[in-house]
Design a protein around this ligand. Structure first.
Ligand code: NAD
Ligand code: ZN
Ligand code: ZN
Length: 373
């Protein structure tokens, strides 16, 4: 390619400061270094976790940066030592790496990897291949898909089918895979069971889809936005409950509806109080509750007795999928019509309208907006 080995100048949405709108800038993207791949981003979803880093995370530790971690693109060039990718490959960048060699990758107990970007947080500047106006721009989560081009480590990239539509399967880079896997892999929902999913954004709706795929006989969808009811039913929910319609705590409502609690619950709202409600909505003797919503600046609590009696409280990161090996299979499952993806996309906008995409999400008007480059 004509650009191989050269700096590429392109458009990106830069987050200069926390709690400020992203601005479209021309950035410089350096060539990939050893074991890195540079790709042209074709499309990217906008996830609540991007919004969280910009507006809700009080630590404000990663600015200026380019957000975005739900993208799909085409390899432009590869750095020295890269053997698994070549220019032209269709790929999905991964915010959870899978090096395949570390003690975590070698264990079937986890989808974590010691080479994951989060462990590199202290060296964020040195890991970045982006500059703008003379400043290093952090590549948040090692993905930075709110840019026309990005550089990722080969352990955090996966090759997908040549026929996959990139403006759809980008959502398998985070939200859909996360919720679906949280139900199937982490909760391990059983056939005939009763489930509750709290928070019906893309992650929660994907969790509903996972509960249905696992054979749950009753799926209670819970959201404070009444407009989510019909969408939840489209994804397999049998009941919709709006906590605002009740005076009593929502866990009591669910307990009564199910004669003692659901077997499985999943928290996909990202709120520590909802996490507690989700736990306490499960059957005391054997309920399993999974935390999927992302919070790292507040504590979550419950009474120990609520666990002592037999409940299990778990968390799920990227739906428990070992990323490099699983995402291409999820793409195939979508193309074989085994899982939904198109139904999550309510809006498509150009990169320039990324702030509008955040607004649509936070006001509950969208499920997922896909930004096209
Ligand atoms: P979203 O903003 O699109 O959806 C959140 C939903 O929760 C909305 O429908 C909202 O109305 C609902 N909600 C808010 N408060 C509620 C309450 N008190 N009770 C019930 N429902 C409530 O977000 P999303 O993109 O679907 O992401 C959901 C969460 O998952 C976020 O916290 C995100 O950061 C997190 N996340 C985690 C992972 C992971 O690996 N664990 C990956 C992706 C996203
Ligand atoms: Zn995400
Ligand atoms: Zn690893």
């Amino acid at each position: 390619m004509a650009t191989t080995g050269k700096v590429i100048k392109c458009k990106a949405a830069v987050a200069w400061e926390p709690k400020k709108l992203l601005t479209i800038e021309e950035i410089e993207v350096a060539p990939p270094q050893a074991h890195e791949v540079r790709l042209k981003v074709v499309a990217t979803g906008v996830c609540h976790s991007d919004y969280y880093v910009l507006y809700e995370d009080i630590r404000d530790y990663a600015f200026p940066c380019v957000l975005g971690h739900e993208g799909a693109g085409i390899v432009e060039s590869v750095g020295p030592g890269v053997t698994r990718f070549k220019p032209g490959d269709k790929v999905i960048p991964l915010f959870v790496s899978q090096c395949g060699e570390c003690q975590l990758c070698l264990s079937d107990k986890t989808n974590q990897c010691v080479k994951n970007w989060t462990v590199d947080e202290k060296n964020m500047e040195s890991k970045s291949r982006f500059t703008c106006k003379g400043k290093v721009i952090i590549q948040f989560m090692g993905t930075s898909t709110f840019s026309e081009y990005t550089v990722v480590r080969e352990v955090a990239l996966t090759k997908i089918s040549d026929s996959a539509p990139l403006d759809k399967v980008c959502l398998l880079g985070c939200g859909i895979s996360t919720g679906y896997g949280a139900a199937i892999n982490t909760a391990k929902v059983q056939p005939g069971s009763t489930c509750a999913v709290f928070g019906l954004g893309a992650v929660g709706l994907a969790a509903v889809m996972g509960c249905q795929a696992a054979g749950a006989s009753r799926i209670i969808a819970v959201d404070i936005n009444k407009d989510k009811s019909s969408k939840a039913k489209e994804f397999g929910a049998t009941d919709f409950v709006n906590p605002k319609d009740y005076k009593k705590p929502i866990q009591e409502v669910l307990m009564e509806m199910t004669d003692g609690g659901v077997d499985f619950s999943l928290e996909c709202a990202g709120n520590v109080d909802v996490m507690r409600c989700a736990l306490e909505s499960t059957r005391r003797a054997w309920g399993v509750s999974v935390i999927v919503g992302w919070v790292d600046v507040k504590d979550v609590s419950t009474k120990p007795v609520d666990l002592i009696c037999g409940r299990t409280w778990k968390g799920s990161y990227f739906g428990g999928w070992k990323s490099v090996q699983s995402v291409p299979k999820l793409v195939s499952d979508y193309m074989d019509k085994k899982i939904k993806v198109d139904e999550f996309i309510t809006h498509t906008l150009p990169l320039e309208k990324v702030n509008e995409a955040f607004d649509l999400m936070i006001t509950g008007k969208s499920i997922r907006t896909v930004l096209k480059m």
